[in-house]
Design a binder for this molecule. Sequence first.
Ligand code: FE
Length: 183
Amino acid sequence: MKKLSEILIITIIYFTTFLIVSGYKIQEAGTMMMNQQSGNPYYSHTDTSVLNVPDSVWKKILPADVYAVAREKATEPAFTGKYTDFNGIGTYYCAVCGNRLFRSDAKFASTCGWPSFFEPARKNSVIYESDNSYGMYRIEVLCGRCGSHLGHVFDDGPPPTGKRFCMNSIVLDFVPDDSTSVK
Ligand code: FE
């Protein structure tokens, strides 16, 4: 009788493990499928490893308007971006690599014409570089994972940070909190 219960317990553990592993593999397959569908094998909301992909490769993967901002540092015209006056509750990811960049609760109404945030989602979400172009000194904000140009940061933002991360909508991917799709 004792042996029978041991066999039963082992069987339950075996099948529970099998179901967990199967579920994980199905989710991974879903993520891979989504990446293959979008034609961007580097896009991930979970992989935080730093990418070193040459522009020649990005040019083949990204839409021309995303490439122009992300890799050639173009700026989308003020008041034209899809997230300028957008107030959805959720997370903004890098449109190039899927890196988590900003939470909607750090977004604030700015009159500058571009979506503005007072802090990134986490310390390593973005990196910074000095930008002396156009006769100005500005601090450029780049994706911490893929190095794509996102916008600039200024010191005229609201509390608690006083920063204004002035971003281009086209390099942001917004995912609402109630999204049920596999990411
Ligand atoms: Fe990125």
